[in-house]
Design a protein. Structure first.
Length: 82
């Protein structure tokens, strides 16, 4: 399945990303984002985002960890330097 949990150090960065849009394009692949919740407690994890791009997309054009990291690192710099 094409999904990942992305953890961030700064809660404000995560909030800014999710507030801007719940869908982004990473490496040419449409990725949906939502707040991540702990499966056991049901509590929102304030530093984490759940991102998904689907099983079929992952089969035909996998999204690399490098592309995800590059995108979210770029977003972090953009938000913290603004």
């Amino acid at each position: 399945m094409g999904c990942a949990v992305v953890s961030m150090k700064d809660i404000r960065v995560r909030q800014a990303i999710i507030s801007a849009s719940n869908e982004v394009n990473i490496g040419g692949i449409k990725v949906q984002m939502k707040r991540h919740t702990d499966k056991v407690t049901g509590d929102e994890v304030l530093t984490d985002l759940f991102v998904a791009w689907g099983r079929q997309v992952e089969k035909t054009s996998p999204l690399s960890e490098h592309e995800l990291t590059k995108f979210f690192d770029s977003k972090h710099r953009e938000i913290t330097e603004a």
